[in-house]
Write a protein that binds this ligand. Structure first.
Ligand code: HEM
Length: 147
């Protein structure tokens, strides 16, 4: 319905520029919770947020995140088909020390990126549509923490 149209319409241009939009999102995430930066220990020179945001491994993770969002947008009609993938993705994040509470912050950062990128097109219904989709993704990933 309307939610899907709003999401697909807004992702059409964003999805073509994954890295810059993902960088906006993660810059915001580290502003909201600087402690999350320490979970990315690939770079030896991750002394500052800026160093980390420009390291190749970090930009690869940004791309991975954006590809998962891209997959969710393409599977809006059957998000259930992504459940096993997302559960496993959750397991991998548990293994690297991410807490499920961090996903609320990631959601805030996602909305911030949408707001920055969409300007006038960022409306209350659009925000809600994205939150709805994001909460389904997070619920599926969170099953990876279940004992
Ligand atoms: C892998 C951290 C959020 C998607 C990883 C890895 C780390 C990490 C350390 C392993 C190294 C790597 O592959 O780069 C985090 C942190 C997050 C976060 C601290 C924020 C709290 C997310 C979100 C998504 C995501 C929201 C997608 C919705 C992925 C993917 C991989 C990955 C696809 C690769 C998994 C694989 O190797 O199969 N993440 N991540 N991450 N992350 Fe995240």
């Amino acid at each position: 319905g309307k939610d899907k149209e709003l999401i697909r319409g807004s992702w059409e241009s964003l999805g073509k520029n994954k890295v810059p939009h993902g960088v906006i999102m993660f810059s915001r995430l580290f502003e909201l919770d600087p402690a999350l930066l320490s979970l990315f220990h690939y770079s030896t020179n991750c002394g500052s947020t800026q160093d980390c945001l420009s390291s190749p491994e970090f930009l690869e993770h940004v791309t991975k995140v954006m590809l998962v969002i891209d997959a969710a947008v393409s599977h809006l009609d059957d998000l259930h088909s992504l459940e096993d993938f997302l559960l496993n993705l959750g397991r991998k994040h548990q293994a690297v020390g991410v807490n499920t509470e961090a996903f609320a912050m990631v959601g805030e950062a996602l909305l911030y990126m949408l707001q920055c990128s969409l300007g006038q097109a960022y409306t209350a219904p659009l925000r809600q549509a994205w939150l709805n989709m994001y909460s389904i993704v997070v619920a599926a990933m969170s099953r990876g923490w279940a004992k």
